[in-house]
Design a protein around this ligand. Structure first.
Ligand code: NDP
Ligand code: OXD
Length: 316
Protein backbone atom coordinates (compact mmCIF):
# COMPACT_ATOMS: atom_id res chain seq x y z
CA UNK A 1 0.00 0.00 0.00
CA UNK A 2 1.09 3.59 -0.64
CA UNK A 3 1.27 6.60 1.61
CA UNK A 4 -1.56 8.69 3.01
CA UNK A 5 -4.41 9.99 0.86
CA UNK A 6 -5.32 13.63 1.22
CA UNK A 7 -8.91 14.75 0.63
CA UNK A 8 -8.92 18.49 -0.07
CA UNK A 9 -12.47 19.32 -1.08
CA UNK A 10 -14.23 22.66 -0.72
CA UNK A 11 -18.00 22.46 -0.46
CA UNK A 12 -20.66 20.10 0.78
CA UNK A 13 -19.15 16.75 -0.32
CA UNK A 14 -15.91 16.89 1.75
CA UNK A 15 -17.05 14.65 4.63
CA UNK A 16 -18.87 12.26 2.31
CA UNK A 17 -15.73 11.66 0.22
CA UNK A 18 -13.72 10.90 3.38
CA UNK A 19 -16.34 8.56 4.78
CA UNK A 20 -16.66 6.71 1.47
CA UNK A 21 -12.88 6.34 1.14
CA UNK A 22 -12.62 5.02 4.71
CA UNK A 23 -15.44 2.51 4.03
CA UNK A 24 -14.44 1.36 0.55
CA UNK A 25 -10.65 1.59 0.87
CA UNK A 26 -10.10 0.12 4.33
CA UNK A 27 -6.59 0.20 5.74
CA UNK A 28 -5.75 3.45 3.93
CA UNK A 29 -4.61 6.47 5.88
CA UNK A 30 -7.15 9.15 4.89
CA UNK A 31 -6.30 12.74 5.78
CA UNK A 32 -8.88 15.49 5.48
CA UNK A 33 -7.89 19.08 4.75
CA UNK A 34 -7.96 21.44 6.61
CA UNK A 35 -8.22 19.88 10.08
CA UNK A 36 -6.58 16.49 9.79
CA UNK A 37 -3.63 16.82 7.42
CA UNK A 38 -0.96 15.45 9.77
CA UNK A 39 2.59 15.27 8.46
CA UNK A 40 2.45 16.48 4.82
CA UNK A 41 5.41 14.23 3.96
CA UNK A 42 3.16 11.14 4.43
CA UNK A 43 0.79 12.11 1.63
CA UNK A 44 1.32 10.49 -1.80
CA UNK A 45 -2.10 11.02 -3.40
CA UNK A 46 -4.45 14.02 -3.27
CA UNK A 47 -8.16 13.85 -4.13
CA UNK A 48 -9.29 17.42 -4.71
CA UNK A 49 -12.06 19.80 -5.69
CA UNK A 50 -11.45 23.54 -5.54
CA UNK A 51 -8.74 23.43 -2.91
CA UNK A 52 -6.90 26.68 -2.17
CA UNK A 53 -4.09 27.61 -4.53
CA UNK A 54 -0.64 26.70 -3.24
CA UNK A 55 -1.99 23.97 -0.94
CA UNK A 56 -0.60 20.99 -2.85
CA UNK A 57 2.90 22.51 -3.09
CA UNK A 58 3.20 21.73 0.64
CA UNK A 59 3.19 17.93 0.06
CA UNK A 60 6.75 16.96 -0.94
CA UNK A 61 6.02 13.28 -1.69
CA UNK A 62 2.87 13.69 -3.76
CA UNK A 63 2.81 11.21 -6.66
CA UNK A 64 -0.57 11.96 -8.25
CA UNK A 65 -3.60 14.22 -8.06
CA UNK A 66 -7.12 12.91 -8.60
CA UNK A 67 -9.52 15.71 -9.53
CA UNK A 68 -12.98 14.84 -8.21
CA UNK A 69 -14.49 16.59 -11.23
CA UNK A 70 -14.50 16.55 -15.02
CA UNK A 71 -13.04 20.06 -15.27
CA UNK A 72 -9.55 20.72 -13.92
CA UNK A 73 -9.31 24.48 -14.37
CA UNK A 74 -9.41 24.88 -10.57
CA UNK A 75 -6.18 22.88 -10.42
CA UNK A 76 -4.33 24.20 -13.43
CA UNK A 77 -4.92 27.79 -12.29
CA UNK A 78 -2.55 27.09 -9.39
CA UNK A 79 0.92 28.36 -10.36
CA UNK A 80 2.48 26.26 -7.58
CA UNK A 81 0.80 23.00 -8.65
CA UNK A 82 3.26 20.08 -8.23
CA UNK A 83 4.41 18.48 -11.48
CA UNK A 84 2.73 15.09 -10.97
CA UNK A 85 0.11 13.30 -13.12
CA UNK A 86 -3.46 14.61 -12.79
CA UNK A 87 -6.43 12.35 -13.41
CA UNK A 88 -9.99 13.63 -13.80
CA UNK A 89 -13.47 12.12 -13.61
CA UNK A 90 -14.92 10.46 -16.67
CA UNK A 91 -17.91 8.46 -15.49
CA UNK A 92 -21.28 7.43 -16.89
CA UNK A 93 -23.12 8.91 -13.87
CA UNK A 94 -21.66 12.38 -14.45
CA UNK A 95 -22.07 12.15 -18.23
CA UNK A 96 -25.73 11.12 -17.87
CA UNK A 97 -26.46 14.01 -15.51
CA UNK A 98 -24.94 16.41 -18.02
CA UNK A 99 -26.92 14.84 -20.86
CA UNK A 100 -30.12 15.27 -18.82
CA UNK A 101 -29.36 18.94 -18.26
CA UNK A 102 -28.42 19.68 -21.86
CA UNK A 103 -31.42 17.86 -23.32
CA UNK A 104 -33.80 19.43 -20.79
CA UNK A 105 -32.69 22.94 -21.67
CA UNK A 106 -32.43 22.44 -25.43
CA UNK A 107 -36.01 21.17 -25.34
CA UNK A 108 -37.10 23.96 -23.01
CA UNK A 109 -35.98 26.59 -25.54
CA UNK A 110 -37.16 24.56 -28.51
CA UNK A 111 -40.65 24.07 -27.03
CA UNK A 112 -40.91 27.78 -25.98
CA UNK A 113 -41.47 26.66 -22.36
CA UNK A 114 -40.46 29.99 -20.80
CA UNK A 115 -43.24 31.67 -22.81
CA UNK A 116 -45.81 29.14 -21.59
CA UNK A 117 -44.57 29.59 -17.99
CA UNK A 118 -45.17 33.35 -18.31
CA UNK A 119 -48.56 32.77 -19.91
CA UNK A 120 -49.55 30.37 -17.14
CA UNK A 121 -48.83 33.01 -14.50
CA UNK A 122 -51.26 35.28 -16.38
CA UNK A 123 -53.82 32.53 -17.10
CA UNK A 124 -53.32 32.98 -20.85
CA UNK A 125 -54.27 30.05 -23.11
CA UNK A 126 -52.36 30.69 -26.35
CA UNK A 127 -50.45 28.14 -28.43
CA UNK A 128 -47.40 29.28 -30.43
CA UNK A 129 -46.03 27.87 -33.67
CA UNK A 130 -43.98 24.78 -32.94
CA UNK A 131 -41.42 23.63 -35.52
CA UNK A 132 -40.23 20.02 -35.45
CA UNK A 133 -36.80 19.34 -33.95
CA UNK A 134 -35.63 18.33 -37.41
CA UNK A 135 -35.84 22.00 -38.49
CA UNK A 136 -33.66 23.23 -35.62
CA UNK A 137 -29.85 23.34 -35.53
CA UNK A 138 -28.10 22.67 -32.24
CA UNK A 139 -24.37 23.40 -31.96
CA UNK A 140 -22.24 21.91 -29.22
CA UNK A 141 -19.01 23.69 -28.32
CA UNK A 142 -16.79 20.93 -26.93
CA UNK A 143 -17.22 17.56 -28.61
CA UNK A 144 -15.46 15.60 -25.85
CA UNK A 145 -16.85 12.97 -23.48
CA UNK A 146 -19.94 14.96 -22.48
CA UNK A 147 -20.55 16.90 -25.70
CA UNK A 148 -20.41 13.78 -27.87
CA UNK A 149 -22.84 11.78 -25.72
CA UNK A 150 -25.28 14.71 -25.46
CA UNK A 151 -25.05 15.22 -29.23
CA UNK A 152 -26.02 11.60 -29.85
CA UNK A 153 -29.18 11.92 -27.74
CA UNK A 154 -30.13 15.19 -29.45
CA UNK A 155 -29.72 13.49 -32.83
CA UNK A 156 -32.06 10.73 -31.65
CA UNK A 157 -34.67 13.36 -30.82
CA UNK A 158 -34.30 14.67 -34.37
CA UNK A 159 -32.26 17.87 -34.06
CA UNK A 160 -29.65 18.82 -36.64
CA UNK A 161 -26.52 18.60 -34.50
CA UNK A 162 -22.96 19.74 -35.05
CA UNK A 163 -20.05 20.10 -32.68
CA UNK A 164 -16.99 22.31 -32.47
CA UNK A 165 -13.72 20.96 -31.09
CA UNK A 166 -10.02 21.78 -31.07
CA UNK A 167 -9.09 18.85 -33.29
CA UNK A 168 -11.13 17.20 -36.06
CA UNK A 169 -13.63 14.53 -34.95
CA UNK A 170 -15.75 11.98 -36.77
CA UNK A 171 -19.02 11.02 -35.05
CA UNK A 172 -21.85 9.42 -37.04
CA UNK A 173 -24.70 11.83 -37.74
CA UNK A 174 -22.99 14.81 -36.09
CA UNK A 175 -21.37 17.57 -38.11
CA UNK A 176 -17.91 18.59 -36.96
CA UNK A 177 -16.14 21.91 -37.15
CA UNK A 178 -12.82 22.46 -35.52
CA UNK A 179 -10.30 25.10 -34.61
CA UNK A 180 -10.48 28.84 -35.11
CA UNK A 181 -11.06 28.32 -38.86
CA UNK A 182 -14.17 26.22 -38.27
CA UNK A 183 -15.83 28.51 -35.76
CA UNK A 184 -17.56 30.94 -38.15
CA UNK A 185 -19.28 28.23 -40.15
CA UNK A 186 -20.25 26.37 -36.95
CA UNK A 187 -21.84 29.48 -35.44
CA UNK A 188 -23.56 30.51 -38.67
CA UNK A 189 -25.55 27.23 -38.70
CA UNK A 190 -26.24 27.12 -34.92
CA UNK A 191 -29.50 28.31 -33.35
CA UNK A 192 -29.23 26.64 -29.95
CA UNK A 193 -25.63 26.87 -28.72
CA UNK A 194 -24.58 24.46 -25.96
CA UNK A 195 -21.22 25.03 -24.32
CA UNK A 196 -19.33 22.15 -22.69
CA UNK A 197 -15.82 23.39 -23.35
CA UNK A 198 -13.17 23.23 -20.64
CA UNK A 199 -11.95 26.52 -19.15
CA UNK A 200 -8.50 27.16 -20.59
CA UNK A 201 -6.61 30.31 -21.60
CA UNK A 202 -7.97 29.76 -25.16
CA UNK A 203 -11.63 29.51 -24.12
CA UNK A 204 -11.60 32.29 -21.52
CA UNK A 205 -14.40 34.78 -22.31
CA UNK A 206 -15.25 33.02 -25.58
CA UNK A 207 -19.02 33.39 -24.95
CA UNK A 208 -19.14 37.09 -25.73
CA UNK A 209 -21.25 39.50 -27.77
CA UNK A 210 -19.04 39.18 -30.85
CA UNK A 211 -19.61 35.43 -30.85
CA UNK A 212 -23.35 35.66 -30.13
CA UNK A 213 -23.75 37.99 -33.15
CA UNK A 214 -22.43 35.22 -35.42
CA UNK A 215 -25.19 32.75 -34.42
CA UNK A 216 -28.13 31.94 -36.70
CA UNK A 217 -31.13 34.00 -35.65
CA UNK A 218 -33.52 33.53 -38.56
CA UNK A 219 -34.07 29.77 -38.25
CA UNK A 220 -36.96 27.66 -37.01
CA UNK A 221 -35.95 28.02 -33.35
CA UNK A 222 -37.16 31.64 -33.49
CA UNK A 223 -33.85 33.19 -32.44
CA UNK A 224 -30.50 32.21 -30.98
CA UNK A 225 -30.21 30.58 -27.57
CA UNK A 226 -27.25 29.93 -25.28
CA UNK A 227 -26.83 27.07 -22.81
CA UNK A 228 -23.61 27.23 -20.78
CA UNK A 229 -23.08 24.12 -18.67
CA UNK A 230 -19.28 24.38 -18.71
CA UNK A 231 -17.48 27.04 -16.71
CA UNK A 232 -18.28 30.65 -15.83
CA UNK A 233 -14.90 31.95 -17.03
CA UNK A 234 -16.02 31.20 -20.55
CA UNK A 235 -18.86 33.72 -20.48
CA UNK A 236 -19.06 37.51 -20.24
CA UNK A 237 -22.18 38.16 -18.15
CA UNK A 238 -22.56 41.77 -19.33
CA UNK A 239 -22.42 40.60 -22.95
CA UNK A 240 -25.16 38.03 -22.32
CA UNK A 241 -27.36 40.77 -20.82
CA UNK A 242 -26.55 43.07 -23.78
CA UNK A 243 -27.22 40.30 -26.32
CA UNK A 244 -30.62 39.63 -24.73
CA UNK A 245 -31.45 43.35 -24.78
CA UNK A 246 -30.47 43.65 -28.45
CA UNK A 247 -32.35 40.51 -29.44
CA UNK A 248 -29.07 38.87 -30.50
CA UNK A 249 -29.96 36.14 -27.99
CA UNK A 250 -33.59 35.12 -27.51
CA UNK A 251 -32.86 33.23 -24.30
CA UNK A 252 -30.17 31.66 -22.16
CA UNK A 253 -29.68 28.86 -19.67
CA UNK A 254 -26.73 29.46 -17.37
CA UNK A 255 -25.44 26.91 -14.89
CA UNK A 256 -22.10 28.62 -14.27
CA UNK A 257 -20.84 32.15 -13.74
CA UNK A 258 -17.50 33.99 -13.57
CA UNK A 259 -18.28 34.62 -9.89
CA UNK A 260 -20.11 31.86 -8.02
CA UNK A 261 -22.53 32.14 -6.34
CA UNK A 262 -23.95 34.70 -8.78
CA UNK A 263 -24.22 38.00 -6.91
CA UNK A 264 -27.77 39.08 -5.93
CA UNK A 265 -27.29 42.33 -7.92
CA UNK A 266 -26.88 40.55 -11.25
CA UNK A 267 -29.63 41.58 -13.72
CA UNK A 268 -29.54 38.03 -15.09
CA UNK A 269 -31.50 36.74 -12.08
CA UNK A 270 -34.66 38.55 -13.08
CA UNK A 271 -34.39 38.49 -16.86
CA UNK A 272 -37.52 36.77 -18.20
CA UNK A 273 -35.58 34.85 -20.87
CA UNK A 274 -32.83 33.58 -18.57
CA UNK A 275 -32.85 30.31 -16.63
CA UNK A 276 -30.29 30.05 -13.84
CA UNK A 277 -29.09 26.95 -12.00
CA UNK A 278 -26.42 26.84 -9.26
CA UNK A 279 -23.57 24.98 -11.01
CA UNK A 280 -25.25 21.63 -10.64
CA UNK A 281 -25.79 20.60 -14.26
CA UNK A 282 -23.61 17.61 -13.53
CA UNK A 283 -23.99 17.35 -9.80
CA UNK A 284 -21.13 15.20 -8.50
CA UNK A 285 -22.29 12.06 -6.68
CA UNK A 286 -19.40 10.71 -4.53
CA UNK A 287 -21.37 7.51 -3.98
CA UNK A 288 -21.55 6.87 -7.72
CA UNK A 289 -17.92 7.74 -8.36
CA UNK A 290 -16.17 6.20 -5.36
CA UNK A 291 -15.31 2.85 -7.00
CA UNK A 292 -13.57 4.57 -9.89
CA UNK A 293 -11.63 6.80 -7.50
CA UNK A 294 -10.50 3.78 -5.51
CA UNK A 295 -9.51 1.98 -8.71
CA UNK A 296 -7.28 4.96 -9.51
CA UNK A 297 -5.71 4.85 -6.03
CA UNK A 298 -5.06 1.12 -6.50
CA UNK A 299 -3.41 1.78 -9.86
CA UNK A 300 -1.16 4.35 -8.24
CA UNK A 301 -0.28 1.92 -5.44
CA UNK A 302 0.58 -0.74 -8.05
CA UNK A 303 2.79 1.64 -10.00
CA UNK A 304 0.39 1.74 -12.98
CA UNK A 305 -0.45 4.81 -15.04
CA UNK A 306 -3.75 6.40 -13.99
CA UNK A 307 -6.75 6.48 -16.32
CA UNK A 308 -8.25 9.73 -17.65
CA UNK A 309 -5.06 11.75 -17.42
CA UNK A 310 -5.16 15.48 -18.03
CA UNK A 311 -3.00 16.94 -20.80
CA UNK A 312 -1.40 19.84 -18.99
CA UNK A 313 -0.16 21.37 -22.22
CA UNK A 314 -3.68 21.50 -23.68
CA UNK A 315 -5.09 22.62 -20.32
CA UNK A 316 -7.82 19.95 -20.00
P1 NDP B 1 -13.42 16.68 -22.60
O1 NDP B 1 -12.01 17.03 -22.28
O2 NDP B 1 -13.76 15.27 -22.85
O3 NDP B 1 -13.89 17.52 -23.87
C1 NDP B 1 -13.52 18.84 -24.08
C2 NDP B 1 -13.88 19.22 -25.51
O4 NDP B 1 -13.59 20.62 -25.68
C3 NDP B 1 -13.06 18.46 -26.55
O5 NDP B 1 -13.86 18.17 -27.67
C4 NDP B 1 -11.99 19.48 -26.95
O6 NDP B 1 -11.48 19.34 -28.26
C5 NDP B 1 -12.78 20.77 -26.85
N1 NDP B 1 -11.90 21.93 -26.72
C6 NDP B 1 -11.00 22.19 -25.74
N2 NDP B 1 -10.37 23.35 -25.98
C7 NDP B 1 -10.88 23.81 -27.15
C8 NDP B 1 -10.62 24.96 -27.94
N3 NDP B 1 -9.70 25.87 -27.58
N4 NDP B 1 -11.31 25.12 -29.08
C9 NDP B 1 -12.23 24.19 -29.47
N5 NDP B 1 -12.52 23.08 -28.75
C10 NDP B 1 -11.85 22.90 -27.62
O7 NDP B 1 -14.28 17.28 -21.41
P2 NDP B 1 -15.69 16.78 -20.85
O8 NDP B 1 -16.61 16.61 -21.98
O9 NDP B 1 -15.49 15.66 -19.91
O10 NDP B 1 -16.10 18.06 -19.97
C11 NDP B 1 -16.18 19.34 -20.57
C12 NDP B 1 -16.29 20.41 -19.52
O11 NDP B 1 -17.58 20.43 -18.95
C13 NDP B 1 -15.36 20.26 -18.30
O12 NDP B 1 -14.07 20.76 -18.59
C14 NDP B 1 -16.07 21.06 -17.24
O13 NDP B 1 -15.56 22.38 -17.19
C15 NDP B 1 -17.52 21.09 -17.70
N6 NDP B 1 -18.39 20.40 -16.74
C16 NDP B 1 -19.30 21.14 -16.05
C17 NDP B 1 -20.16 20.55 -15.15
C18 NDP B 1 -21.20 21.34 -14.45
O14 NDP B 1 -21.82 20.84 -13.50
N7 NDP B 1 -21.50 22.55 -14.88
C19 NDP B 1 -20.07 19.12 -14.85
C20 NDP B 1 -19.10 18.41 -15.66
C21 NDP B 1 -18.28 19.05 -16.56
P3 NDP B 1 -10.70 18.00 -28.70
O15 NDP B 1 -11.78 16.95 -28.80
O16 NDP B 1 -10.13 18.36 -30.02
O17 NDP B 1 -9.70 17.72 -27.64
C1 OXD C 1 -17.10 19.16 -12.95
C2 OXD C 1 -18.13 19.97 -12.27
O1 OXD C 1 -16.24 19.71 -13.64
O2 OXD C 1 -18.91 19.40 -11.49
O3 OXD C 1 -17.16 17.93 -12.79
O4 OXD C 1 -18.22 21.17 -12.51
Amino acid sequence: MGGAILVAVSGPHADEWCELLRTHAPGRDIRQWPNNVGNPADVTCACVWRMPRGLLAGFPNLKAIIALSAGVDHLLADPALPDVPIARIIHRDLTMRMIEYIVLHVLMHHRRQRRYDAQQRQRVWKPHDQPPASDVSVGIMGLGVIGTEAAKVLVQIGFKVAGWSRTAKKVNGIGNFHGANGLDEFLARTEILVCVLPATPETDGILNLRLFRRLKRDGAAGGAFLINAARGQLQVDADIAAALEEGVLAGATLDVFPTEPLTPESPLWSHPAVTITPHNAGDISPRALIRDVIAQIERLESGLTLHHLVDRGAGY
